[in-house]
Ligand binder design. Structure first.
Ligand code: ZN
Length: 283
C-alpha cells in the first residue's frame, strides 16, 4: 500500500502532513503505526518530492549529511561454486541439476537441485555427528556472523598444534570465528584435494574450546583427516555447540585479523549441515 516509502534509510524525513522533520531510523512496520494517515503517493525528503520512479538510492542522495552506509575496504567471497560434477566428500553424491522448466516451453526457467546437506562450502552443526546435538535451524541467526581471524597453516605441516595457536591466542577473546588457511583450496578439483591436508591436533582443538567462539573454518574438505572414522576433531569442536565451516576458499586474500565473516545456512528443518555463502568483510 505504501508505494513510495524510502525504507532502510538512516536520516530524517519531512512528514507531508505538517512539514515536521522526523527520524526515519525505523522499520516500515513502525512507520505504518506512527504515520497511519500519511498519503501513500507523496513523500518529501527534505523538501524534495519522492515520485513513483525514485529509487532508494535517489532517496539516499537527497539526504543531507555524511553517507552513513558502512564502507568496507573489500568483500571477499569465500565460497566454491555449486555445480554438477563438483568435488564432494568421497562416498557422497555430487549435486544433480534438472531443468524442468525453460523459457521456450514455459516462459520461465527454474532449476531443480538435489544435493547433500554438506555440499561445497558448507557448515556442520553439532547434530551432524552428536546424538541430540543442535541443528542449524535451531541456532540463533547471530551464530552465523561475527569477527574473524585467519591463522596461517600453509607451511606444509600435517598437523596444526596448540603451539601454532599460541601467537593468535591474545586475539581470540575478541573474535567469533577462527579460520585456518592451509592453502588446500588450490587443489579443489584435483584428486589431491581429498588427502594429506593439515588437521588440528586434538590438543589444539581442545585449546580452541577455551575461547567463546561461534565457529571454526577450514579450506579443506574436513576438520578430520581423510578416512578418520572416529571424527575426533569434529567431536571436540561440535561438542560445545559451535559450528564448523569446511571447503572455504580464497582465505589467502584475508588479513590475519580485521574482518568479519557472514556464512548463513539454508533454513531447513533438521539441518545437520548446509551449504553457505561465506563472505568476509574486510575493514
Ligand atoms: Zn560437513
Amino acid at each position: 500500500m505504501f508505494q513510495n516509502i524510502l525504507f532502510d534509510l538512516d536520516g530524517t524525513l519531512a512528514d507531508p502532513r505538517d512539514g515536521i522533520t522526523r527520524s526515519i531510523q525505523f522499520s516500515l512496520g513502525r512507520m505504518e503505526r506512527e504515520i497511519p494517515s500519511i498519503d501513500r503517493s507523496i513523500y518529501c525528503v527534505h523538501g524534495r518530492r519522492a515520485s513513483d520512479t525514485d529509487s532508494v538510492e535517489a532517496g539516499r542522495s537527497a539526504l543531507p549529511g555524511p553517507d552513513k552506509r558502512r564502507k568496507y575496504m573489500k568483500i571477499i567471497d569465500l565460497t566454491h561454486l555449486i555445480e554438477p560434477g563438483m568435488p564432494v566428500y568421497p562416498g557422497t553424491e555430487s549435486p544433480v541439476f534438472s531443468y524442468p522448466f525453460n523459457l521456450d516451453k514455459d516462459g520461465f526457467v527454474e532449476t531443480g537441485i538435489s544435493m547433500m546437506s554438506h555440499t561445497g562450502t558448507h557448515m556442520d552443526a553439532p547434530g551432524h555427528i552428536l546424538a541430540g546435538g543442535i541443528t542449524l535451524d535451531r541456532m540463533p541467526v547471530s551464530t552465523f556472523h561475527g569477527q574473524g581471524i585467519c591463522i596461517d597453516a600453509a607451511s606444509g605441516q600435517k598437523e596444526i598444534t596448540a603451539g601454532d595457536l599460541a601467537p593468535y591466542e591474545a586475539m581470540m577473546p575478541a573474535v567469533d570465528f577462527v579460520l585456518f588457511r592451509t592453502g588446500w583450496s588450490h587443489l579443489w578439483g584435483s584428486p589431491g584435494y581429498f588427502e594429506g591436508y593439515p588437521v588440528l591436533s586434538r590438543e589444539a582443538a581442545h585449546r580452541l574450546n577455551d575461547f567463546k567462539l561461534k565457529g571454526i573454518g577450514f579450506d579443506t574438505i574436513s576438520a578430520d583427516a581423510a578416512g578418520e572414522m572416529d571424527l575426533a576433531i569434529h567431536q571436540i569442536l561440535l561438542g560445545t555447540d559451535r559450528v564448523i565451516l569446511e571447503n572455504l576458499t580464497r582465505l589467502e586474500e584475508l588479513p590475519r585479523t580485521g574482518f568479519s565473516i557472514a556464512c548463513f545456512p539454508l533454513h531447513f528443518s533438521g539441518a545437520d549441515g548446509s551449504p553457505v555463502r561465506a563472505v568476509a568483510f574486510v575493514d
